[in-house]
Design a protein around this ligand. Structure first.
Ligand code: DQA
Length: 151
């Protein structure tokens, strides 16, 4: 990243429920990488671009909401979020992101549109800057690249 970069310098990556099980959880759908692999990779990419990246995972809706509230005052400029199953159920998490007014990209490892019909509904997509679904860990990398190069 060069000196003209005007992208986000403080990026928060939020992972929703069951994503702590990546690597062992349905690898035929979600791949073989662990959450630690994903976070480590993103941290290196952010560091190389001179940005700082924080990661957070929880299986609890309230903890995810509280982390978004914190992001309103901790210098976070951009959020990359995989709300996991809460994508399809959580008005409360949606409202937290709407309240925070921080730009975010919604990421899914799997292609939610090629799976069960209930996964096609997202409470987040219309608020998101963009949505990436089905590109596995590459989706997080592309979301990060966007945040880092933002203009
Ligand atoms: C997911 C897709 C969701 O439907 C599912 O509940 C998840 C993971 C994904 O990354 O593909 O837990 O968000």
């Amino acid at each position: 990243m060069n000196a003209e970069n005007t992208g986000a310098k403080n990026i928060l990556v939020i992972h929703g429920p069951n994503l702590n099980l990546l690597g062992v959880r349905e690898p035929e759908i979600y791949g073989e990488n662990t959450l630690q692999d994903i976070n480590r990779n993103l941290s290196v990419l952010a560091k190389n671009a001179g940005a700082s990246l924080d990661t957070f995972q929880s299986n609890a809706e309230s903890e995810l909401i509280e982390r978004i509230h914190l992001a309103m005052n901790d210098g976070t400029e951009f959020i990359i979020i995989n709300p996991a199953a809460y994508t399809h159920t959580s008005v409360a998490l949606r409202d937290a992101l709407a309240a925070a007014k921080l730009p975010f990209i919604e990421v899914h490892l799997s292609n939610v549109f090629s799976r069960e019909p209930f996964r096609r509904k997202s409470y987040f997509s219309d608020l998101a800057v963009g949505v990436i679904s089905g590109l596995n860990i590459k989706g997080y990398e592309l979301a990060l690249k966007y945040a880092l190069e933002l203009r």
